[in-house]
Every structure is written in C-alpha cells, then in structure tokens.
Design a protein around this ligand. Sequence first.
Ligand SMILES: Nc1ncnc2c1ncn2[C@@H]1O[C@H](COP(=O)(O)OP(=O)(O)O)[C@@H](O)[C@H]1O
Ligand SMILES: O=P(O)(O)OC[C@H](O)CO
Length: 497
Amino acid sequence: MTHILAIDQGTTSSRAIIFDADMAPIASAQEEFDQHFPQSGWVEHDPSDLWASTAATCRAAIEKAGLGVDAITAIGITNQRETTLVWDRATGQPIHNAIVWQDRRTADTCRDLAEHADLVTAKTGLLLDPYFSATKVKWILDHVDGARDRAKAGELAFGTVDSWLIWKLTAGAVHATDATNACRTMLYDIHKGRWSSTICDLLDIPMEMLPEVKDCAADFGTTRPDLFGRAIPIMGVAGDQQAATLGQACFKPGMMKSTYGTGCFALLNTGDTPVASTSRLLTTIAYQLDGKPTYALEGSIFIAGAVVQWLRDGLKMIREAKETQPLAEASDPGQPVILVPAFTGLGAPYWNADCRGAIYGLSRNSGPAELARAALESVGYQTRDLLDAMRADWAGDAGDASLRVDGGMSASDYAMQFLADIIDAPVDRPKVQETTALGAAWLAGHRAGLYPDQAGFAEKWALDRTFTPAMAPEDRAAKYHQWTRAVQATLVFAGAD
Ligand SMILES: Nc1ncnc2c1ncn2[C@@H]1O[C@H](COP(=O)(O)OP(=O)(O)O)[C@@H](O)[C@H]1O
Ligand SMILES: O=P(O)(O)OC[C@H](O)CO
C-alpha cells in the first residue's frame, strides 16, 4: 500500500488523482457535470451528479493506475467550498439541489440581517454575504415544506460537498467535515473552534443538522467495500483553496498562493493569529492539524476561469480555453477594452451581490481578440485588487514577495504574464499544477505515515516557470486606473454608491 487517492470535487468537474509514494501524480480521471441556472444569479448542482462523477472518476483513476485497489493506502478529499446540501438521514436523499457558492439568491436575507454583520464577522471571520453556506441552508429550510421541523427532529443532515461525499463513501456511517470547510459556512466560530449557537439561532438553523468538525488530517471513516473493491480509509479533508495552500507548501506566515479555477482565491498564511481585515478580506482557517488552527487572510473572486468558459459556452467565440492565448496576442493594444466579469456580483474587496458584468471601451474594430485579452486581463486586475487589500491588512513579513499560482487558468501564459505585470511582483507556477489534489493527498498520506512532514513536503515544491514583471510603471498605473474606473462605473450602474 503505497499510493494515495485524492478526490478533487470542483465547481465544474470532479477529478480523482492517484499519487505515488513520492507524491507524483501517476493516473487521473476527470468528469464535467451540468451547471443549473434556474434564475439570474442562481447556480445549482444536482447532488447525484456530484456523487456519480466522483465515484466514476475514482474508479477510472484506480483502473488507469493499473496497480489494483490494494495499492491505495488512503483517500484525501478536497472540494468546492460553501456549496450547500441538505439530505434525509434515513434515505440519504437530498431534499433540494445543492446551492452553489456562486448563488446570490439570499442577497435580500443578508440585507435583512445587516444589523448583525459585525457580530457575524467577529465570530466567523467572514462577511455577511450570500456566498457562504449559512443563508443558503436557511433558504432551503424556508422553502422546502416541513424541512425546519424535520431538521429539528434530527431527521435532516446539512453538509458542504466534503460531508456529502464522506456520507456517500461511508454509506451514511459518518457525518463529518473538517475545520477548513466548517469555517466557510458562516456558522462556525473560528476563535472557539465550534459551531456558533448564536448564529444558528439568528438564522433559525437547528444545530441537530450540523456535521461533526474534525482536523484536516483525521479519521473520516472507511469507504463502502463494494465501491472500489476494498474498504479504504478517508484520512484527509480540506476545502479546495486551503488544500491548494497546503499543496503550494505555504506553511510559513507571509507565504501566499492564488488559485485560478472557476473563481480565484488568494490565501496569505498569517500563522496562529486570526488577522481581522480592515479591507473586506476574509479571515479563514488555512488548515488545522493536531487540534491547532493556522489562519489565513483570503481574497475571493467569483469569476476567473469562468470568464473564459463564458467566451466558450456563452458567446461561442472559442472552442477551447487555450484559444484565448493566440487571440489575446493578436489583439490591438491600442484598444483599451476592459471586461468587468461581475456575472454573479463582485467578491472581495467590493462585496456587491447586485452588480452584473460590463464591458467598456468597445469600438467598431473590437472583436474576439480584444475580448479574449480583456477576459484574461480581468483576472490580473482582480488579483491586484486583492493584493492591495492584503498589503493594507498584513503588517508581517511578506515572505519572498512572489505569488504562487495554480488552477486550470494558470496554464495561460498570457494571463500569468499580465498578472505579474499588473501586480508588479514575480509569479511562480509550480511543476505540479494539481496542487489542490496534492494538498489533500498530503494530508491523507502524512496521516497514513506515507508522506513526509511539512518541512519535507516543502522541500519537494518544484518551480515550472517564473513570470517576471516587464510592464513600464506608467503603463501599469494607467491600465490599473482604467480598471478601477470600470469597476466604479459597474457599481454605479448597479445602484451602489
Ligand atoms: N489555457 C487556458 N487559458 C485560460 N483559461 C483556462 C485555460 N485552461 C483552463 N482554463 C480555465 O480554467 C478553469 C478550470 O480550472 P479548474 O482548476 O479545473 O477549475 P474548477 O476546479 O473551478 O472546476 C476553467 O474555467 C477554464 O476556462
Ligand atoms: O471549484 P473551484 O476551484 O472554483 O473553487 C471554489 C471555491 O472553493 C469556492 O469558495
């Protein structure tokens, strides 16, 4: 038994990757699943799609590795965070579709609770926003007949995607989550390390439905033997952005990573201190090991790679994401087209749930090339917003000041070079870009005694390429100024002050 199976259940696809004893990925499988948009600003997943694609990719990865299931020592799970599921404990049937983290349907609920915003932030480190699970659970309890009474009677279970997968993998034997997922629900007190009865009361969420919260490396039960041919222990769990922080070996305070998947999430390790943000960033748990939380400041952007998906699936302008590279390179640099991809509102540091996307600076000559460039650049601009906010919040040593990047969109050289240019700092892309899965694998592998400790793991981090800033300072300043004006105009259009 020398290998680890990492499950990465993301927003647009489920992946399973087998890592060998040296922590190298040797086999993987991936499946996309349907996104459901029942109304503007609403996003749902079918829970059975999340489970079926996870089970299928695990089986496919084990098969591809060709080693037999006995080679798998343990499973690590990482997942899209905040996405909310409620299911019947007796039947295992969800009572509603999963409400996805991007979903803004509870914007009004958040407005109604505005007087409690400071209390919520003080306890959870989060901002009172529809992004997090709490108001989504409330919405399900408010809208599904009899749900609240059944939850009070202990008949219903709430979970983020990790809990749902653990439940399915263990055939309902384990209802648990880890501290990194719990801290994204807006129901968890990150200082006391337990569910907040105050916030549960505020939202009328019965605590009977909440999962047990564990360390990231812990015993999460064993899989149903018939699933993969043998009962495999689940030994590691972390939300995907926290898993990427681990996978990027950001173990020291001041180290930072930014992941470019559907959205973009930058996490700065702040050590054992939960730093309260004055710039509307989130205070979150980066990982919890041996009962001890390590905290992070997080900037969350809702749309990063999803803007490229929109060019592909919405505008049908490209067939594959990578076509944006030659298009952007061929664009006319004289056309300052700016795309503000606020398709589901704006996240950090603006936190406006109502605004929607906008494109500025179009002329008769603007076409796919300029749009592709604007889409790739929008990700760099948004990251700059986050890093400026982090600099304002974090007085500690900024490590080596480089930004470690990963996620599907980090494959775009154009986007990464523009990112380095606009943030005026080196951008380091590692050899293993599956850092999210690697982080989950490390948690499980370390607990199983197969993988090294933090220091040994950090030594293995290997660089693929550094993108060095090459933009003239006056161009950087002028371009960023245009971006900030475009964001302001977008907020004004949405009716924000
Ligand atoms: N070469 C590329 N250029 C630009 N964007 C890309 C490229 N490859 C992938 N992407 C984007 O990356 C995202 C997928 O990244 P991934 O890490 O798999 O996301 P998630 O975990 O959120 O499902 C997609 O939104 C896709 O548009
Ligand atoms: O699925 P991803 O990689 O876009 O990540 C989603 C985040 O966890 C949402 O907070």
